[in-house]
Design a protein around this ligand. Structure first.
Ligand code: AMP
Length: 397
């Protein structure tokens, strides 16, 4: 009998569904976009034919439609034995993945004020899946959970301490599932065990964060209370002077407007005035567009500064690891970033870097580098599948 496990990742207007077998091999995936709008549509990976969705389709409609198509096309025969959900914010409540029941769902709702945009959509996906499969164990895997090991010196802001006590204002960190996967995979490639492996993990996608992992545990990270802090990102500014808020308030820009600008109109997009997409930016820079070249330079410079900052939390380093769409694919970004790190002893081999470390276990450092530099494709879905399978199996024994 073929046993399936679903991984569901809901965004505000999108739903990603991945189907794994009980050996954690990915069997299929599908994406629904523009949900709750007039032009909602979906696609099964590998198929040219879009899956029609009714106008205004909700997350639940998209999910039930995709499951029907997967069954009709015999891509999957049975209902899943477990369902894993990516949940953005678990606050301080969730230090690891959790089996979903009314109590855990209420606890996720309690964290909603920390991620008011993401939590309701995550919960919409969970409710939809629970209605469709009421007897299937479901699991929440949190973006923040891996960072719950941060020590207070790394997670507290230098603010009045009542802000933390009364409102839980602190650094939480995100992309935890990806950073966790990086240390597992780096350890495997280096012939070590995760609990004896220390890395600096740079997840560079549309959102970007960097984490110091000491003996398998997250000890510092660049994202904060929200995913806005830290590195330059596609449309997010990363770090700015908090004095900016008052300065711009004086120019008539409200907190709401500024939040929108910092999240959606800044970063690579804001700097280049053209695009948030690193690949397009590299093309523009190659064609002589100076603001694009400058945007890439600022991106790499900030990243290199943060590599230095992450060193502070480590007593040894087994590898600097690049992942995410940019980290995995942009030799230029890796080269430009590491060029700032020569004093710390990092060196990259041009040829290995151009090949993204293929055929070399991801290694792109040169012979003289003090530390390995690795390129590792991330696989958050796999971690969610493994965690969901583990918890679902435990729940039924
Ligand atoms: P993600 O959010 O992980 O899917 O990453 C998206 C980012 O990866 C976008 O900025 C893409 O332009 C970037 N990216 C993907 N492929 C490449 C590439 N070959 N060169 C540079 N950037 C890339």
């Amino acid at each position: 009998m073929d046993a399936n496990l679903f991984v569901i990742n809901c965004g505000s207007s999108s739903l990603k569904l991945a189907v794994f077998d009980d050996q954690h091999r990915k069997r299929a995936s599908a994406l629904a976009e523009r949900l709750n709008s007039n032009d909602a549509f979906a696609r099964i990976a590998g198929s040219e034919q879009p899956v029609p969705l009714p106008s205004g389709a909700s997350h639940e409609t998209a999910l039930s439609t995709l499951i029907k198509v997967l069954k009709d096309q015999r891509i999957m025969a049975n209902d899943p034995f477990a369902i894993g959900h990516r949940v953005v914010h678990g606050g301080e409540t969730f230090r690891e993945a959790a089996l979903l029941d009314d109590e855990t769902i209420a606890a996720i709702e309690d964290c909603a004020s920390l991620a008011p945009l993401h939590t309701p959509v995550n919960l919409a996906g969970i409710s939809a899946a629970r209605r469709l499969f009421p007897s299937v164990p479901q699991v929440a895997v949190f973006d923040t959970a891996f960072h719950q090991t941060l020590p207070p010196k790394a997670f507290l802001y230098a603010l009045p301490e009542s802000y933390y006590r009364d409102w839980a204002v602190r650094r939480y960190g995100f992309h935890g599932t990806s950073h966790y996967f990086m240390v597992q995979e780096a350890a495997r490639r280096l012939g070590r065990t995760p609990v004896t492996t220390s890395i600096i993990s740079a997840h560079l996608g549309n959102g970007c964060s960097i984490t110091a992992i000491r003996n398998g545990i997250s000890v510092d990270t660049s994202m904060g209370l929200t995913p806005l802090e830290g590195l330059v990102m596609g449309t997010r500014s990363g770090d700015v002077d908090p004095g900016l808020f008052d300065f711009l308030a004086g120019k008539g820009i409200s907190a709401e407007e500024l939040n929108e600008v910092l999240n959606k109109q800044s970063g690579l997009l804001g700097l280049s005035g053209q695009t948030n997409d690193m690949r397009s930016l590299c093309d523009l820079a190659d064609r002589g567009h100076e603001p694009s070249a400058l945007a890439i330079e600022i991106f790499c410079f900030r990243l290199a500064k943060y590599v230095g900052a992450m060193m502070v939390s480590l007593t040894s380093l087994d590898a600097l690891v690049f992942t995410g769409g940019i980290g995995e694919n942009s030799a230029r970004v890796r080269q430009q970033t590491v060029s700032h790190l020569q004093l710390m002893g990092f060196q990259i081999d041009t040829e290995l870097n151009e090949a993204h470390g293929a055929h070399n276990q991801g290694h792109v450092e040169s012979g003289g580098s003090r530390f390995p530099v690795l390129v590792i494709p991330t696989n958050e879905e796999l971690v969610i599948a493994q965690e969901s399978s583990r918890l679902a199996t435990n729940s039924s024994t």
